[in-house]
Design a protein. Structure first.
Lengths: 549, 318, 300
């Protein structure tokens, strides 16, 4: 009621989960206050407890969680019994979730879902609620809102679905908006648009926002203040510019150092590798079709690129660009509808099974998901040794080879007999890399090998990969959505858009001074973890977007 | 566009399945002692008659040709003549099938009316006393052989309490059958028992699954009251797959009728089949199998189409 | 870009901090916490002991009929009375239980083996092979097992082994569907794709990875299949196609007892009927417990 109250005041919040293996302290004595109209980011790596704080603030924790401390909205503590009334969720506080793909009811038209949210708190007629729903959809930037209101969620793109989730959240003008990784599942260009939308809504309504994210760029772009969390505690809290530019806590410094930053200026260095050598991998006019007949979709359309010995080629694109399909074609997992794939000079389409297998023995593979890339029924040692079982006789002493490889990826020999289950995501991805190198391959194909990892883990895995490339001298096809990572690790880059090569060239030129408008747009959309720089970049981007229209 | 292709593909699938069913029935027919000739001419036919029949019908030809001939006869509606009842099988089926459908439909409806609210209640009250009791009851219902359950019904409600007759309606037509509703009670209950178990278990787990979905959390976060979440979101999402499930339960339903009709002496297809099995009346046996299989395939086709009307994703993704 | 996510925020991940807890051990611990499932194990164990060791403690003659002591009510001499031809009913319950359990177990296992291979091959092969194989399964499911059993019985009368084979042959369809679905997910797991990309053979994928990783699905399926097979044996006997006397099973005892219901000889039907119900319930409870325990995404 009084203007002195903060919109949200969290005091000494602790959350403990009762799990099968005993209690786990997810959040320990966290205190945080957010004033009306302020955006406060909660940043940290997985397991830091940042999302748990967000769910606790909505009273949406699962049944095995116990929360202590105070969470006050305008002076009322919602952890006290009897304080969570029907008005609380939706009217006092509302939430935007990470996964727009599953956050909406799949069987209900989106307009009806928004209208239902309106009617949760406002005694209006169905027709009036439907009218308001269309207005809300328009407000969150959905084109043709009358028509889109009649769509089912699966008919909308990921970005549009997230806009609908935001419309649900603001339907009853909440005082506090809690956004849990709202852009993590989205492409970088869509992320920029959603961040713009959130910024505009806060400016219009003076909502307070608790923004949970792992992305320092998002923090720099949107937040007024930031709290850095680790192991359930806040290790640093301050104005965004102070924390990101002059971090005090050692952990914040490490975290910021690990964030891959997009280079904006050309710094020279070695570019194209031996252009004369015969390529280890070459795709020529490769097309891939999904589906049949009139409804068939081109996943790749006349895609060509070469990869020379010892070099790293980055393949970049947003979801649906065909970058993973390209990797799978190179791996021989998808047979192209047209075009040729040459591996070490041999046309894979013309080889017999036996010759093909022999050639495939020169390949190493690292795929995205650290959970699914290792068979949970095998031990770590068996996982690494499997390529030697497939290609018998290529390695003299398999036992020694496995130990060497473990050493190379900087894992202790004690993990050999353990199950992949017992390892962390970063450790598993190192095991995958070790397995890829078992047969001393000439080419390693890596599909988003670090995108499921925390930034600090990502940094160390990338470092291992680069070091090994220096030692072993393999060529690498590196598929990623992250331009900054590509810039760090690749020499040349291919940018895919809807299955077509949009642009290709040396990283130093293509990702600094691109020729294609799309590449420019992609680069502009990457948020910089430097708030000053980011404000400048955002203005530049918005002016370019305006200029294009 | 997409829905047209969905319906088209589903129809092609159904036709393929029916094709395989005719192959199975043909193989069974071919494996009969005396072969299809005896199946059609009856057990009293002489060797010469059989030989003449085989020659005239091309049954001395290779299996593929014989199959084509069998398919031709079947498609023209000729399923042979019953040995014992001296009537064309198609005629017998036309008389008996509707009565069986009455029994199975009623059983399925009763099962749904009981099982769906029960399953919902169990899911909402998961791991409470109600859930435990209902779980035990449904386990027992599932594990009780239909004939044993029917017998207990007869002893309890026909012998001890004389509420309902122990014999099902004996009427010739569907109208006659429906005219004796009190005689239908026990057979319908016996037929519904196992289905109650299956449907309520299914409803329970589907509801639990939906309750843990993200969209429920979204609805909670917008301030939707819990009962409305169940009504507006969870119910529909949980029951839509139940429709397809219903299609897959049709064979179970028919299997149950076989026993129920025999136990309560209900003059439907199940009893016809059972009597035919006692007297080795092959044309009737195979005719029944064919009709039931076709009914099953059509039933699950309809169930899938109904589901696709409710769930727009089914049309576009498959 | 679709699945780069931090782990689900509401429940903390199990793996990293629960050192030493392998998948199998987690599954066992969850199973043991499920009281209904543990009760199922106990009931089943008691029945197996009863059928195997019971005759040692309570020996009866189950080969020769004795019409002089037919239809006796329960007494000190015959704890559960005798049947219409003078067999001791309690001894007969052990005798019949052995056969019911044996046939159910063997037929359930056979059905699962056939279904596993069929489903794994269909799911792994994909394309038209999969389409044809699964339409055959659809066709099989469209014909109720009881009807097929009656037709077969009209042709020939099987013995216990024949019964096992026939029951196995009519009930492999559901496990085939389950295993196909399992194989479809597993064959696109990254570790299989990795293996295939470096030239690993199909047989290696199936034998070393897909089947071992389907083992929990297979075990769950076996328990449900055994439950269904025991019920099916009962139906087969009820329809008069069971094993020949003096051998018997619970279903056969039950159907013979049916004629005596109206004369009030409850001891002829209640013991075999309740035995069937208890054992089938036990198997289903175990199956349910195993299924819940093997779900990685376990519920709270």
């Amino acid at each position: 009621m009084t203007s002195t109250n903060p919109a949200l005041d969290i005091v000494d919040l602790s959350v403990t989960f009762a799990t099968e293996t005993g209690p786990v302290d997810a959040v320990r004595e966290v205190s945080l206050r957010i004033e009306p109209g302020e955006i406060v980011a909660l940043v940290g790596e997985s397991g830091s407890g940042k999302s748990t704080v967000a769910f606790a603030a909505m009273r949406l924790l699962s049944g095995n969680a116990t929360a202590t401390g105070r969470i006050e909205y305008d002076g009322i503590d919602i952890l006290a019994p009897g304080t969570v009334t029907r008005d609380f969720r939706g009217r006092t506080a509302a939430m935007v979730f990470q996964e727009p793909a599953t956050a909406l009811n799949p069987l209900m038209r989106v307009g009806d879902q928004v209208a239902a949210a309106v009617r949760n708190h406002q005694p209006v007629s169905r027709a009036e609620a439907a009218r308001q729903a269309v207005q809300l959809l328009a407000r969150v930037g959905i084109p043709e809102p009358e028509k889109r209101a009649r769509s089912f969620p699966f008919q909308l793109s990921g970005g549009q679905r997230q806009r609908v989730v935001i419309a649900l959240a603001i339907a009853n003008s909440p005082k506090v908006l809690i956004a849990d990784e709202p852009t993590t599942a989205l492409d970088v260009t869509v992320q920029a648009e959603i961040l713009d939308l959130l910024r505009r809504l806060v400016a219009e309504t003076a909502m307070a926002v608790l923004l949970v994210t792992h992305n320092m760029g998002v923090v720099a772009d949107l937040a007024d203040r930031v709290a850095v969390m680790r192991h359930g505690r806040i290790v640093e809290l301050g104005a965004t510019a102070d924390v990101l530019l002059a971090p005090e806590a050692e952990y914040t410094r490490q975290l910021l150092a690990a964030v891959p930053r997009l280079q904006l200026e050309h710094r020279g260095g070695p570019d194209a590798a031996r252009p004369d050598a015969e390529p280890v991998l070459s795709l020529t006019d490769v097309s891939v079709l999904y589906g049949r007949g009139a409804s068939a979709v081109h996943a790749l359309k006349s895609v060509s690129f070469d990869l020379r010995p010892g070099e790293t080629l980055g393949v970049v694109g947003e979801s649906g660009s065909g970058k993973s399909t390209a990797a799978r074609v190179a791996l021989g997992l998808i047979t192209p509808a047209a075009g040729t794939v040459r591996l070490f000079g041999q046309d894979m389409g013309r080889l017999g099974t036996r010759a093909r297998r022999r050639i495939q023995g020169e390949l190493g593979v690292v795929l995205q998901d650290p959970v699914a890339s290792l068979d949970p029924r095998l031990t770590v040692g068996e996982c690494i040794a499997e390529p030697m079982r497939v290609h018998r006789g290529k390695v003299d002493d398999p036992g020694r080879r496995v130990r060497e490889l473990l050493d190379a990826v900087q894992l202790p020999a004690s993990v050999l007999g353990r199950s992949p289950y017992e390892l962390s995501g970063g450790q598993r991805q190192r095991v995958s890399i070790a397995r890829a190198l078992t047969l001393d391959p000439r080419l390693v194909i890596a599909d988003e090998p670090t995108s499921a990892l925390d930034v600090s883990v990502q940094a160390s895995v990338l470092a291992v990969l680069r070091e090994l490339q220096d030692d072993f001298g393999f060529a690498c096809l590196f598929v990623s959505h992250d331009l900054a990572v590509i810039q760090q690790i690749a020499r040349r880059v291919v940018i895919l858009l809807s299955g077509v090569v949009e642009e290709a060239g040396p990283v130093g030129e293509t990702l600094i001074t691109p020729h294609s408008a799309y590449t420019r747009q992609l680069l502009d959309a990457v948020p910089s973890p430097d708030p000053v720089q980011q404000r400048h970049r955002r203005e530049l981007r918005l002016s370019r977007v305006g200029g294009m229209q | 566009m997409t829905s047209f292709w969905f319906v088209f593909r589903r129809l092609v699938q159904a036709v393929t399945v029916i094709f395989f069913v005719t192959v199975v029935v043909f193989l069974l027919l071919d494996a009969l002692p005396g072969g299809p000739a005896r199946g059609i001419l009856g057990p009293d036919a002489t060797e010469q008659q059989i030989a003449a029949f085989n020659a005239s019908q091309g049954l001395d030809q290779p299996a593929v040709v014989r199959y084509v001939l069998y398919l031709g006869r079947t498609l023209s509606g000729d399923l042979g003549v019953s040995y014992g009842l001296n009537a064309p099988v198609t005629e017998l089926l036309a008389e008996r099938l509707p009565k069986t459908l009455v029994l199975t439909t009623l059983a399925a409806l009763v099962a749904l009316v009981i099982a769906v609210p029960l399953g919902l209640l169990q899911a909402v009250r998961q791991n409470r006393l109600v859930d435990y009791i209902a779980t035990v009851v449904t386990f027992v219902l599932y594990a009780t052989p239909v004939f044993f359950f029917g017998l207990i019904l007869i002893i309890a409600f026909s012998q001890a309490a004389r509420w309902f007759p122990s014999q099902a309606p004996q009427g010739q037509t569907v109208g006659d059958v429906l005219a004796e509703p009190q005689a239908l009670v026990l057979p319908v209950l016996a037929g519904a028992a196992g289905l109650i178990a299956v449907f309520s278990r299914y409803t329970r787990s589907a509801t639990l699954e939906n309750l843990s979905e993200d969209y429920v959390r979204t609805a909670l976060a917008t301030g939707t009251p819990y009962p409305r979440i169940i009504r507006q979101h969870v119910l529909r999402n949980s029951l839509t797959p139940l429709i397809a499930m219903l299609g897959y339960q049709i064979p179970v339903l028919f299997g149950g009728t076989l026993v129920v009709e025999q136990l309560f002496n209900y003059p439907g297809m199940g009893l016809l089949f059972w009597n035919a099995a006692q007297s080795s009346d092959y044309p009737v046996l195979l005719g029944c199998v064919l009709i039931i299989a076709i009914a099953t395939v059509l039933g699950s086709l309809l169930a899938d189409l109904a589901q696709s009307v409710i769930d727009p994703r089914v049309r576009s993704t498959r | 870009m679709s699945s780069l996510s931090t782990p689900s925020p509401v429940t903390p991940p199990l793996s990293a901090d629960s050192a030493g807890a392998t998948a199998g051990r987690v599954m066992l611990r969850r199973f043991l916490r499920n009281r209904v499932a543990v009760a199922g194990v106990v009931v089943l164990a008691l029945f197996v002991l009863f059928c195997l060791l019971g005759p040692v403690l309570y020996p009866t003659d189950q080969t020769r009929t004795d019409l002089t002591s037919a239809n006796l009510p329960p007494s000190a001499e015959h704890w559960l009375g005798t049947d219409a031809v003078g067999f001791d009913q309690l001894g007969r319950l052990m005798e019949g239980g052995r056969l019911s359990l044996l046939i159910g177990f063997a037929a359930g296992a056979l059905a699962t083996v056939i279904g596993t291979l069929w489903g794994a091959i269909a799911g792994y092969a994909g394309g038209w092979v999969d389409a044809v194989m699964m339409r055959i399964v659809d066709a099989g499911i469209a014909i109720p097992a009881l009807f097929i059993l009656l037709v077969i019985a009209a042709i020939s009368r099987p013995d216990a082994l024949g019964l096992i084979i026939i029951l196995g042959l009519v009930s492999w369809l559901v496990p085939a569907r389950l295993l196909r679905a399992e194989t479809l997910t597993l064959k696109n797991r990254d570790y299989i794709l990795t293996l295939r990309a470096i030239g690993g053979s199909h047989s290696r994928s199936i034998v070393h990875h897909i089947l071992p990783n389907s083992i929990s699905t297979i075990i769950v399926s076996v328990t449900f299949q055994i439950a269904d097979a025991i019920l099916l044996v009962a139906y087969v006997s009820y329809l008069g196609l069971g094993v020949q006397s003096p051998a018997t099973d619970w279903g056969g005892m039950l159907s013979q007892g049916l004629t005596a219901t109206y004369s009030g000889r409850w001891w002829l039907i209640l013991p075999p009927g309740l035995s069937i119900i208890l054992v089938v319930c036990a198997f289903n409870a175990i199956g349910d417990g195993l299924r819940d325990a093997s779900e990685i995404r376990g519920r709270r």
